[in-house]
Structures are given as structure tokens and as C-alpha cells.
Design a protein around this ligand. Structure first.
Ligand SMILES: Nc1ncnc2c1ncn2[C@@H]1O[C@H](COP(=O)(O)OP(=O)(O)OP(=O)(O)O)[C@@H](O)[C@H]1O
Ligand SMILES: [Mg+2]
Length: 497
């Protein structure tokens, strides 16, 4: 890609960007939130047309007016939000839109043979006849990758592929990527996790505010150098002091049980206590009940048992009533439960508090305080957006996350339930959010942190509870345990009592 420029109203997302990637290599595309990574890749995949610049593939200048043209040229992209149809089977999803036909009808036999040939060549085994909805995220992602291979992609673009994966699934993905590389495929890999860059990528290009600030051989650079190039300043190492003062009970769950969306038990007699001045981390492999736990506490999912918030039983309270008692929640599904993509930032940040002063009075909504409040979030949480009226759907992934995190944390809630609050955030922004959680705790707040990142859980938690098949199976202080031990609890190999 040669001197690519792409402007949106108020933002130059890419500003004269050069990117070159060698066949058969894995190239990292790095940069802070809003640096222009996704935009550059959407141009390569034909979703946006650049205002300026040229693209060459194997020495030939090409035009990519739409994704179909990109696929035809052998370019494929796995987006952060998977584009699979949940009710269709794995095989149907892989072939979707590109089914082999015979006399106008889908030729299922040929389709099956073609898919099996690819699975064999790349060493995958997938349950071809299962509906997508029944499969874990890691497998869904493999389906997305096979889908690209089925469309004969030679260049695969992965946009933050590990942000939704468990550590075990990340290992699986890496194995897949190695095989693809051995088979001569080229991969462009967007990530914020420098350790992943070190593990799997050969070369890297770093973007900052739409411009290339470096291109390097990964083997020759340290994680620290990479981080500094990304954020343009020294990144502080993560050492946080543990809690010094633990106070009264803020959030108590007594024998809480709940079902998941399919009616299967997801939480089983969970007991836990979260006190003022502490951060409790929840560890567990994905699908161990984390989502349901957050929804039950928020009041979005019915449960048996008792939930107490600041000394009151709130089991029957609505989400809004719980908020009024001091609960704030950073939800897991930011697009469905966290944000309204169809509107602007200001409306999104007051959506959880529009009914109380200073935002509303007798039958009116005051816009000035709302505007100021939104402005404060943009400023304090360093959200890259032209203004408070910018549409949320146009923000970069990380900046959307910052809007939610800022909205929930800026008022110093007494009880904060944070599900994956740093997911998709760049190194500097993630550090800022962790510091904000520590700050909240030190001022007497109570924080429940759900995270898939053991580094993060160990860095900030005062206690770690391990969730396995909907039960709390262990409790550990991070300084008195190891990743390995917590890993054994997470996989059901160890349990307390
Ligand atoms: N469709 C759009 N309309 C308006 N602005 C956009 C649009 N798409 C992206 N932008 C803006 O372009 C800039 C670059 O966004 P982009 O999504 O490429 O960032 P990114 O590097 O992928 O960030 P992140 O790490 O947060 O995902 C951002 O300021 C974003 O708000
Ligand atoms: Mg992005």
C-alpha cells in the first residue's frame, strides 16, 4: 500500500501510509486506539475507498472497489465481530455465498469434499454439522479462517483476533497461524498485545495518529521499544500496591443460581462478598458463568438466591434501581448492552443517568450539563473523537470501549462491576483504566473485575475467585499463588473444599 490517505469528517484516519508485507510472513500492524489500523485494513478489503494512494499485489497495481473484489483477488478479513450466521451449520457458514452449484442447485457433496480437503490440508478438525450458535468463540474464529481459505484467500487480515479468546484458545490460534505461514499464506495481524507480536510476527508497522512512525524486524526489538514506538513515551511497568484498608460489605451474593439463554444452569449457588476498598478478580475459562454473573448482578437476568447491595436486598430490583444504589457496570457485550450505535456520544453517556439531576428537571432534559459531562469523559479518558456529537458507530473499537468505561467510572461508583474493561484498549489506555480501578479502590470503592487476562487479574486484584462450570471453586490471593495453580482451578483440576 503506497501513500494511502483516508479522511472522514473531522479526522484523517490514514495520512500518507505506506505498508509493505512479504508473502509468507506474519506482519503486525500496531498503534494506539484510533491510530487508523482498522481503516487501513478496511481499505485493503474493499470496504472503504482511499482518497489517495495506490495498492499493489505481487507487483501489479490493483483496484478494490468492494469486498467481493478483494476476495476475488485473494484478500480476506476476519473482523472483530464475527460475520457468521448462528443458526446455520459450520459447513453452511464456510460455503455461504460461494456454494458450488450443479444445475442451479447447491451441490452439497462437492461442497463437503472441498471443505474436508481444506480441513485436512491445514490440519483442522471442526464439527461441520453443528450450528455455529453451539460452538465456543475460539472455534467460531477457526470457522471464519476456514471460510477465507475456502474462498482461496492468500492474504488474511485478522483484526484483534485474540481479544475475545481465552489463553488456551490463543495457543490454538497461533498453531493455526504457523500452519498458514508454512503453507505460504500472508497474514496481517492487528493487536495491542506486544507479547503476541513477539511470539508470532516477523515484521511490524506502527501507526500513530494516522501516520507510519516505524517499520521493524520484531526479533530485533524489545516489548518495551515496541510499546514506546506505539505510544511515543515511556510506558510504566505494571506494579500496583495491594489494598491497605478493607471496609464494609458492599455487594453480597448468597446462594445465587441462574440459567443461561438456553435454559441450562450457568451459575450454581454462588456465594461471594465484595467489600469496600478491595478489587476482587474473577478468573475462569470463557463460558464458566462470567456473563451470567454480570447480568444477574446488573438485574438483567433472573436468578434464585439473594443479592445485597450496600446493605439492601436488591434481588427484585430493576437495573435502574440498582444503579441508584451505587452500582455501575461495564458490560461484556459493548455493542448490545453497552452502547447505542445509532446515536452520538453525548446521548450514550447520559443514557444511564438522564433521569436524575443535573441532567433532567421537571419534564425537561438539560443539554448543557450533558454536553459538559460528555466532554469530561472525552477529555479524561482520552477518547479520539471530533466531538461529543460524534456518532458512536464511527469510533474506533478502542474508543467505543473508552466511552463505556469512562461513563461507568467517572462518577466514582461505590460498586463497580467491570467485565473485560480493557478489551481492545491500547497499552497506554489499558494502563489508565487499571490505575483508575486501583484509584477507585483506594478511595473506598469496591470493584469486581472479570477478565480473561491473568496478567491483569494478578496485577490489580486483592483476591481472585475462580469460576468453573458456574461454581466458585477456589479463592486465592495473587501473591500467594501462581498462573499454573489458578489454571488448574480454571480447568476443573483443583477445587477448594
Ligand atoms: N466510518 C467512519 N466515519 C467517521 N470516522 C471514522 C470512521 N471509521 C473510522 N473513523 C475514525 O478514524 C480514526 C481511525 O479509526 P480506526 O478504527 O482505523 O482506528 P484503530 O487504529 O483501528 O483503533 P482501535 O485500536 O481503537 O481499534 C478514528 O478517529 C475513528 O473515529
Ligand atoms: Mg480497530
Amino acid at each position: 500500500m503506497q501513500s494511502i490517505t483516508k479522511r472522514f469528517p473531522g479526522v484523517t484516519a490514514n495520512d500518507g501510509v505506506d505498508l509493505s508485507v512479504e508473502r509468507g510472513s506474519i506482519h503486525a500492524l500496531l498503534g494506539e486506539n484510533g491510530a487508523g489500523k482498522s481503516t487501513l485494513m478496511r481499505i485493503l478489503y474493499g470496504m472503504y475507498t482511499p482518497d489517495h494512494g495506490r495498492i499493489f499485489l505481487e507487483g501489479q497495481e490493483i483496484r478494490i472497489p468492494n469486498p467481493r473484489a478483494a476476495i476475488h483477488l485473494g484478500i480476506g478479513m476476519v473482523h472483530q465481530e464475527f460475520q457468521l450466521v448462528p443458526s446455520l451449520t459450520v459447513a453452511e457458514n464456510i460455503a455461504l455465498g460461494y456454494e458450488p452449484r450443479c444445475n442451479g442447485l447447491v451441490d452439497r457433496k462437492t461442497q463437503r469434499r472441498q471443505i474436508e480437503a481444506i480441513l485436512e490440508r491445514f490440519g483442522f478438525s471442526l464439527p461441520l454439522d453443528k450450528p455455529i450458535a453451539d460452538l465456543p468463540v475460539g472455534i467460531q474464529q477457526q470457522v471464519e479462517i476456514i471460510k477465507l481459505l475456502y474462498r482461496k484467500a492468500e492474504l488474511l487480515i485478522l483484526d484483534e483476533p485474540t481479544s475475545v479468546l481465552t489463553p488456551q484458545e490463543v495457543e490454538g490460534l497461533f498453531a493455526v497461524l504457523q500452519t498458514l505461514r508454512e503453507e505460504g499464506k500472508t497474514i496481517i495481524y492487528i493487536t495491542h498485545k506486544l507479547r503476541e507480536v513477539k511470539t508470532i510476527c516477523e515484521t511490524a508497522t506502527i501507526l500513530r495518529r494516522g501516520k507510519v512512525v516505524g517499520r521493524l524486524e520484531v526479533a530485533a526489538a524489545s516489548e518495551k521499544e515496541l510499546a514506546n514506538l506505539m505510544v511515543g513515551e515511556q510506558v510504566i511497568d505494571q506494579v500496583f500496591p495491594r489494598s491497605r484498608q478493607i471496609g464494609q460489605e458492599r455487594l453480597v451474593l448468597k446462594q445465587v443460581s441462574a440459567l443461561d439463554d438456553r435454559g441450562v444452569p450457568a451459575l450454581r449457588e454462588v456465594n461471594m462478598t465484595l467489600r469496600a476498598g478491595e478489587i476482587v478478580g474473577i478468573a475462569g475459562v470463557q463460558g464458566s458463568g462470567q456473563s451470567e454473573l454480570v447480568e444477574v448482578i446488573s438485574g438483567l437476568r433472573p436468578a434464585r438466591g439473594e443479592i445485597w447491595l450496600n446493605g439492601r436486598e436488591v434481588s427484585r430490583f430493576s437495573p435502574r434501581q440498582r444503579r441508584q444504589l451505587g452500582l455501575a457496570v461495564i458490560p461484556e457485550k459493548r455493542k448490545e448492552q453497552g452502547l447505542n450505535l445509532a446515536t452520538h456520544i453525548q446521548e450514550n453517556v447520559i443514557s444511564t443517568r438522564y433521569y436524575k439531576p443535573p441532567f433532567s428537571g421537571w419534564l425537561t432534559l438539560f443539554t448543557r450539563p450533558a454536553e459538559q459531562f460528555a466532554g469530561r469523559i472525552l477529555h479524561e479518558y482520552n477518547v479520539a473523537a471530533p466531538g461529543v456529537r460524534s456518532m458512536v458507530k464511527n469510533l474506533s473499537g478502542g474508543n467505543q470501549q473508552k466511552v463505556i468505561t469512562g461513563r461507568e467510572m467517572i462518577d466514582h461508583p461505590e460498586v463497580l462491576v467491570a467485565a473485560y474493561p480493557t478489551r481492545g484498549l491500547d497499552v497506554g489506555a489499558a494502563q489508565f483504566v487499571r490505575e483508575a480501578m486501583i484509584g477507585r479502590r483506594d478511595q473506598g470503592g469496591a470493584v469486581l473485575l472479570i477478565s480473561a487476562d491473568l496478567d491483569e487479574l494478578f496485577a490489580v486484584s486483592d483476591r481472585i475467585l475462580i469460576l468453573y462450570e458456574g461454581r466458585i471453586v477456589g479463592e486465592k490471593k495473587p501473591d500467594e499463588t501462581t498462573f499454573e495453580e489458578v489454571g488448574l482451578y480454571m480447568t476443573g483440576h483443583l477445587h477448594a473444599g
